[in-house]
Design a binder for this molecule. Sequence first.
Ligand code: NI
Length: 178
Amino acid sequence: MIRPILRMGTPSLLQPSAAVTQFDTPELHALVADLEDTMAAANGAGIAAPQIGVNLQVVIFGTGAPNPRYPEAPVVPKTVLVNPVITPLGADEEDGWEGCLSVPGMRGLVPRLARIRYAGRDPRGNAIEREADGFHARVVQHECDHLWGILYPMRIRDMAKFGFTAVLFPELDDNQDD
Ligand code: NI
């Protein structure tokens, strides 16, 4: 089911989310299905459970296919990640433009770790552990930030690099509202 996406200004988006304690339950599978439906309807690169009003540590990201909102970005594997832990692989950072379904119509330049290892579980409780860099690493860091109550504008260092997508990138398809 497509759920309403909470927008910046909603207090619960700034709260840390609780770890999932029971796996392979109907409730967890229903939450994942709602996240998938909502992300697909919005052409999102990822979405986190707090964005649909559920403060649990569940994120999904990647589509396994090019994303119309980020046509130049590499393909990220379709992933459901529960109770994630991110470990930096080195201290290198990269700046990249980000948007967020909870901050519609805007983009900002955000520094992120260039290389990470991430670990967690899938909805059945199976362990996931991967290394990622570039756009893949950026998406994971952005989505996991939602679980700690952090929205990407809070990471922007140069507020001159924050604005409306239609102004910053007029060449992008303006049928997208985020
Ligand atoms: Ni977001």
